[in-house]
Design a protein around this ligand. Structure first.
Ligand code: ATP
Length: 984
């Protein structure tokens, strides 16, 4: 008994939830709640109860033969009530015995049920239903439906292997070992069947309360599970047992007096059974207290059937009547029980049919299941076979593929070998053929050579005389040329001697001029001192004048004295005016002297000067050329430079490091600013105010800094304008008034374009322009005119801007000029951009010439002057070397080539002819023709001009060749000596 239920043999987990209201199997409470019947059953199994007497209704009192006394014996007895034999307790003993048997069965069932409960989990639904049941339990009368439901619930846990003892309705015990099938499921139809069955049961019977039966059995009704699990199928035997008459309370109908008596009485029935405590195994009497409303129902227990009116011992008849009455009631109950039994048996048969149907269904399902399982197995094996086949097929395929690949590789190698053999064969054939042809050719050549030799020999023989003559002539020519050469050499030598003498003369002239210059400088200083003295004298005279005026006023009253004073003052004033005019004349003379001296200095410096400037390395530029400036730090500026050629290897593999020395009028290193370069050419520009024509030409390859030096910040154009303005202002004091006009042109493809005009009307050259000029725009032709008499060069249809004097005298004049210059440069740049859309890189492929004309006049001296300053930005010189240019580029290159070459020619010509203009090839290019009057020559009118060539060099080693050609060009120009410049 102490073994845990889970270890019991017959215990199997049901899979159902443990009803919440059922006690826990291991708990003490459970044991206490175990019904008496359970205990009896257990006890019965441990200590078998003596079987009930056969052929006796269990529970009935002993036979009358044993207990009954004769009436005469009884009549004399006065039996105390306690000793009175108990009245026949048909029902009570029947119930008792029946109870014992059914309790035994139910106790085992209960035990079983508890085992099931341990295995099953409690469910909330069960709890709810248990709650419902709890309520019902409190109700004295339960409907049959309810009780049947309860029984069904309990039967759910009934096991087919369980042996049960049943109490039959007829009161006989029967032990039946039943094995019920747990496989059948219970469906809703079952409930409906039960309900139908219930409906068939008479109402009176259905009203029998089972509550007391449960209480008596100490069984807590288990809540009805909702699920219709097959294992919950109520056993019909169980149902039969549950509704056996031994448990069914019988409607007690008695007299109103009795009913009243019982209604107030609490019936205490000591159980005739002794229970073994589940704890200590001792027998303890158990009393079941039942409070009944006998007006409704009451168990027919011994006590309940015992009449309360005790008949007198002698009242045999009365007692018999009572017995008869009880017996009648008992019989009626049996009859009702019989009916119930029949009805239940009918239900049983219905259930059985249903069970069979379900069993059949189960069998069918099992068969179907087996079939399906077999199908699945078959499918699995098929799949396995297919997979194996597939793998095999794949392996076969791979093997086949490898075979095919091997086969193809073999075939390819065969074909390759075959082809190689064929190629070898063909090569050999070709070499054989070539050798054959070579031999044939050699033979043919030798044959041809022989023929030629023969022919030459024949011809030589025929023309021998002719050849002799030619040779003779040639020898004579040779002798003549030698003679001329000797002459020339002698001439050259005498010329060299002359040159040396000339140089010596010039050096002497320079020395004397220097002395003169120094003397003039001293004169200028003394004159300046005199001017200052004159100024102070003037001031003194002014003071004197004012004093005299005051005196005059003073003397007005004194006529005589006043007139005398006045005469004196007039004399003094006249003296002052005369002195002032004398001073002005001196100043003008000094100015003329300064101009002469300046001209002399410029002449001494040369009418053509060459400056060289090398620009600094720009960001991202590497590998500079090696250039040295040996006299960089001399006081009057460096004039020499040494340029190293890139290292080359000689034929013998020796390193060759060439270097070239150059000397110019000035050499500016890369660190030189524009301002410094301008200071170097300041005296030239200043001479324009004095009426000289000056040209400053920027020469060099593209990107060497020509434009930067000419138009950049502090470049020559803006600085020259500023210098000229200040000079004009200075000369204004000396009576000189100036008008300054500016023009800006470009020479592109030997055509002149006005940079201040409309770019769309530009003449792009003889063959160009027509195709690019917009319709309706007339081609503007600018012709150059050179007036031999005046020495003036003019270009027709050119726009010009007056930079001085300002049109409005009230405006700030300097601002006006600088604004006008900026505007002018902007217009030129814009026009060049417009033109650049027609042909790219316009600026580096055209010459731009900024022309300033200064016309001055001094009323006092009736002098006038006109000087022209040409600031020229030449096209990139490297174009000269370019070859292979085609189309438009070829034309451009040709034009640049032509103009720069003629520039060199003109300068060389000016140098060699010494002022004889007639043969100077100015007209060879538009550039030289335009600059004719300002390229360092002396015009027919005697007016001379000065030229400054600004050579710009790139600092890069890569541009060494271009730099070298620029330096050679510059050296050539620098070596040119042009006669003294003359001003008209
Ligand atoms: N002395 C200098 N200092 C600083 N930058 C210079 C100097 N000279 C030239 N550069 C720069 O070098 C670049 C090329 O100069 P620039 O355009 O004047 O050359 P260029 O010979 O006139 O070219 P092109 O005539 O082909 O237009 C410019 O970016 C300019 O600013």
């Amino acid at each position: 008994m102490d073994r845990p239920l889970s270890q019991l043999e017959n215990v199997r987990p049901s899979g159902l939830k443990q009803p919440s209201r059922l006690p826990h199997i291991n708990g003490r409470a459970h044991l206490l709640e175990t019904s008496q019947s359970d205990l009896n059953a257990r006890y019965g199994s441990a200590m078998p109860m003596p079987p009930p007497p056969k052929h006796k209704i269990p529970g009935l009192p002993e036979s009358a033969s044993k207990q009954r006394k004769t009436l005469a014996e009884r009549a004399g007895e006065t039996l105390p009530r306690s000793n009175m034999p108990p009245p026949p307790r048909m029902n009570g003993s029947l119930r008792s015995n029946g109870h014992t048997r059914s309790a035994s069965a139910i106790s085992t069932f209960s035990q079983r049920q508890q085992q099931q409960r341990v295995a099953s989990a409690a469910s909330e639904e069960d709890s709810e239903e248990a709650g419902v049941m709890g309520k019902r339990k409190g109700t004295p009368v339960l409907s049959f439906n309810s009780s049947l439901q309860l029984r069904k619930t309990r039967s759910t846990h009934y096991d087919s292997t369980y042996n049960t003892s049943r109490v039959r309705s007829d009161g006989t015990d029967s032990s039946t070992s039943e094995r019920s099938s747990a496989s059948s499921s219970r469906h809703a139809s079952e409930d409906s069947t039960s309900s139908e069955q219930d409906r068939k049961i008479p109402k009176t019977q259905r009203n029998i309360s089972l509550a007391n039966a449960f209480a008596d059995l100490s069984l807590t009704p288990a809540p009805a599970p909702r699920s219709q699990h097959p294992r919950h199928t109520p056993s019909l035997d169980r149902i039969r047992e549950e509704i056996s008459p031994s448990k069914i309370p019988v409607k007690y109908s008695c007299t109103p007096s009795l009913r009243h008596a019982h209604s107030t009485q609490s019936l205490q029935t000591p159980s005739p059974l002794k229970h073994k405590s589940s704890v200590n195994g001792m027998y303890t009497p158990r009393t079941t207290t039942q409070h009944k409303d006998v007006s409704q129902s009451v168990f027919l227990t011994k006590d309940s059937l015992t009449p309360h009116r005790v008949p007198a011992a002698w009242d045999t008849k009365g007692r018999l009547e009572d017995m008869e009455m009880f017996y009648g009631q008992l019989r009626a109950q049996f009859a009702e029980a019989g009916d119930s039994k029949r009805i239940l048996e009918e239900s049983l048969s219905v259930y059985k049919t249903r069970v069979q149907e379900l069993s059949q269904l189960e069998r069918e399902l099992s068969t179907a299941n087996r079939k399906l399982t077999a199908d699945v197995e078959r499918a699995r094996s098929d799949l396995h076979t297919t997979t194996t086949d597939l793998r095999q097929a794949r392996r076969d395929h791979e093997r086949d593929m490898q075979d095919v690949e091997r086969k193809y590789e073999r075939e390819i190698s065969d074909v390759t070998q075959k082809l190689e053999k064929e190629v070898d064969q063909l090569t050999q054939d070709r070499e054989r053929d070539a050798e054959k042809w070579r031999k044939e050719m050699e033979e043919a050549r030798q044959k041809w050579q022989r023929q030629k030799d023969d022919e030459a020999f024949d011809m030589g023989m025929a023309h021998a005389e002719e050849v002799d003559e030619v040779k003779k002539k040639f020898e004579e020519e040779k002798v003549e040329l030698r003679r001329q050469l000797d002459e020339l050499r002698n001439q050259g030598e005498s010329r060299a001697t002359e040159s040396v003498e000339e140089v010596q003369e010039l050096r002497n002239a320079i020395a004397s001029l220097r002395n003169q210059l120094e003397a003039t400088g001293a004169t200028v200083t003394s004159l300046r001192a005199r001017i200052a003295a004159e100024d102070s004298r003037n001031a003194a005279l002014e003071q004197e004048k004012s004093a005299l005026v005051g005196k005059m006023h003073f003397l007005e009253g004194n006529q005589e004295a006043q007139s005398q004073e006045f005469t004196t003052m007039r004399e003094q004033l006249q003296d002052a005016i005369t002195s002032k005019e004398g001073t002005l004349v001196t100043l003008r003379k000094e100015e003329m002297l300064r101009r002469k001296l300046n001209a002399t200095i410029l002449e001494l410096r040369g009418n053509i000067r060459v400056f060289v400037r090398i620009r600094p390395l720009l960001a991202g530029e590497e590998e500079p050329a090696r250039v040295e400036f040996p006299d960089e730090s001399s006081l009057d500026g460096g004039k020499e430079m040494v340029m190293h050629a890139p290292t080359t290897l000689s034929a013998t593999g020796k390193e060759r490091n060439e270097k070239h020395n150059y000397g110019f009028d000035r050499v500016f290193g890369p660190a030189t600013a524009n301002k410094e370069v301008f200071q170097g050419c300041q005296d030239l520009i200043q001479s324009v105010v004095d009426g000289y024509n000056v040209s400053i030409l920027s020469y060099g390859q593209t990107g060497s800094g020509k434009t930067f030096g000419m138009s950049g910040p502090d470049g020559i154009i803006p600085s020259a304008i500023a210098l000229l303005l200040s000079e004009m202002a200075r000369l204004k004091e000396k009576g000189w008034e100036y008008v300054v006009e500016a023009s800006f042109v470009e020479v592109y493809n030997e055509a002149i374009n006005d940079l201040l005009g409309d770019a769309k009307t530009w003449d792009e050259g003889d063959d160009l322009g027509a195709s690019v000029r917009p319709a309706g725009k007339r081609r503007e032709r600018h012709e150059i005119h050179h007036d031999a008499l005046t020495g003036k060069t003019t270009v027709n249809n050119l726009a010009s801007v007056t930079l001085w004097p300002p049109p409005d005298s009230s405006s700030v004049q300097t601002d006006y000029t600088s604004r006008a210059v900026t505007q002018l440069l902007d217009t030129a740049a814009k026009n060049r951009r417009v033109a650049a859309t027609k042909s790219n890189e316009r600026s580096s492929r055209s010459h731009s010439i900024f022309m300033l004309t200064l016309r001055g006049r001094c009323e006092a001296t009736d002098e006038s002057s006109e000087g022209v300053l040409n600031l020229v930005d030449l096209a990139g010189s490297e174009r000269l070397k370019q070859s292979g240019a085609a189309g438009e580029r070829a034309k451009e290159t040709a034009a640049i080539n032509k103009s720069l070459a003629s520039l060199g020619d003109v300068i060389a010509s000016l140098g060699s002819k010494k002022g004889d203009e007639s043969h100077v090839p100015y007209r060879n290019s538009k550039l030289t023709y335009l600059l004719q009057s300002s390229l360092g020559g002396t015009a027919a009118n005697g007016k001379s001009s000065r030229t400054l060539m600004l050579l710009h060099l790139s600092p890069l080693q890569a541009h060494w060749q271009e730099s070298r050609s620029s330096l050679l060009f510059g050296s050539k120009v620098h070596g040119t000596h042009i006669g003294a410049a003359k001003k008209r």
